[in-house]
Design a binder for this molecule. Sequence first.
Ligand SMILES: [Zn+2]
Length: 300
Amino acid sequence: MQPTDRPADTGTDSTAVEGVVAPNPGPLTLDGTRTWLVGAGSVVLIDPGPALPEHLARVQAAVGGRVVDAILLTHAHADHADGASAAARAFGAPVMASSGTLARTGLAGRVLRDGDTVPVGGSGDREPIAGTTSLQVIETPGHAADHISFLLLPDRWLFTGDLVLGEGSSAVLHPDGRMSEYLASIRKLEALRPARLLPGHGPPVEEAAARLGEYRRHRLDRERQIELAIETGSRTVSEIREAVYGPLDPGLRAAAEASVSAHLVHLRERGLDAPEPGPGMFETLGPPSEQDGQLEGGTP
Ligand SMILES: [Zn+2]
């Protein structure tokens, strides 16, 4: 069966939203990456997902015979962007992403900047008419430096990519992930007062304000745990990781330490006497068989 998310009510008669879940489950991807189809007549795709032919086939089936106006990327991580070239070819549609995402992926496409709008349901190269549906670009670094989110207007549905997930917590991994930027991006999204969150992984979130607040508090709680670990004698990244996370599967230690390091950078930015961060890691997403166990039922 083809897994999809169809939010129960669309909020407007003119906008249809559907999520197609890619078959790439794992500790960092939860049940898999979601490719979002947005639009009633023609559609805009958000995050084509991993380069898996079976996933592209599912997306093609969901698109049906409709025109795809644009393929948008939230960020360059492989589980969101690797399928972009094949999707652009299959649908004859332009890629649109932040300049950082285009640089990292090597894709040609239109650069999206904070505040730009992408029309939905119309011709891709036409500016939206007042009152019609569009996606507004929101720059939201923190999980990754190149990360953007999309606010569907007028519904105020927010496509959050990897900044906020449908369950668990999002990965902020040093050095690409920056805690100061992450917290600022969460506050920026809270100020938008979204009606619903549509994440890149996990189910849609109806209690948008509550979830954003939980994510902000989770990060601050974790940072306080790390401060306590330092105050009680942990002096290295691995000692702090052990103190905060306890015994961990070896396959998850690097991600946990990259998360600890992102907090250490933030503590030092705050002027606190924190140990040097470790080298960190870039988010890697191997096949599920290589990934055992989970960090506290979520991601680091
Ligand atoms: Zn990511």
